[in-house]
Design a protein around this ligand. Structure first.
Ligand SMILES: [Zn+2]
Length: 271
């Protein structure tokens, strides 16, 4: 990759997006594959990122790009943009102030600037945006649209955590999927791969961490390349569940019930 180039320009955005409201001033910085737009100083009552935070965010996101590319063994090559909204405007402009979402087709991430940022467990490093949304962009480009079990499963498996929790020291940490699984084991609420394949109305706090745990188990058991072959087969419009299970069977070489039983036995060990 080229030497890091950091340009700082203050622009007045005139573009209006149908879904996200991106009106107002943005500070535009670029480094490596990332173009970051964040709010200028004193834009709103919540703090805007200062120059040190901007440098850290650009580095984090370029690192995330490389990490995802390596972990998923994808030979992809693209640039992407981030709109980082201040905390007090994010809910109104992008629908949440606890994270964000990606427009995978356009390679744009809309996210909330949290100050201080949430720490990553267990090393305590600050994570501003993380890699969840960027995994969605990679997956869409390489595999297309597919069911939630792989779509969210991949994003959570690669990041290794979902949402956050308050630790005994009063600080907020990303919540590792192992911790989620320990709790669901204790409550007897471990979802089977069949249930996750079906999707349906499972609360996202159950579905996201558990699909991530299942996909990371598949990565370990069968290797990323094989699981990558399954992703594009799990089309949203294929309503016949046994057809979807057959895709697992033909690629992984085992019956779906064997895969399912082995996974559930593995989950029990995480108690
Ligand atoms: Zn997601």
């Amino acid at each position: 990759m080229k030497t890091t180039l950091l340009i700082c320009i203050l622009i007045l955005s005139t573009v209006c997006n149908a879904k996200e409201n991106i009106k107002g001033s943005w500070i535009v910085t670029k480094s490596g594959r990332v173009t970051l737009r964040c709010r200028p100083f004193d834009f709103s009552k919540s703090p805007s990122p200062d120059s040190l935070a901007i440098t850290n965010i650009l580095k984090e996101q370029n690192d995330c790009y490389n990490e995802i590319r390596n972990k998923l063994k994808l030979n992809d090559d693209f640039e992407f943009s981030i709109y980082l909204f201040n905390y007090d405007e994010a809910k109104e402009k992008i629908g949440t102030n606890g994270g964000g979402h990606a427009n995978s087709k356009e390679r744009i991430i809309y996210y909330t600037y949290l100050n201080p940022p949430i720490k990553k467990s267990p090393n305590g490093i600050h994570e501003y945006i993380g890699n969840h949304e960027l995994v969605h962009v990679f997956a869409y480009r390489n595999f297309g649209r597919a069911r939630k079990i792989v779509r969210e499963g991949y994003a959570v498996a690669i990041s290794g955590d979902f949402s956050a929790y308050k630790a005994s020291n009063g600080e907020f940490y990303k919540k590792p999927i192992e911790l989620w699984m320990k709790e669901y084991n204790e409550k007897n609420q471990v979802l089977s791969p069949s249930e996750m394949l079906k999707g349906g109305k499972i609360p996202y706090s159950q579905f996201y961490p558990q699909s991530g745990f299942f996909i990371s188990w598949l990565f370990e058991q069968y290797g990323v390349e094989k699981v990558n072959m399954i992703y594009p087969k799990l089309r949203l419009y294929t309503l016949n569940e046994s057809k979807l299970k057959k895709e697992f069977e033909s690629i992984l070489g085992e019956s779906f019930s064997t895969i399912e039983n082995n996974y559930l036995a593995y989950c029990k060990l995480k108690k």
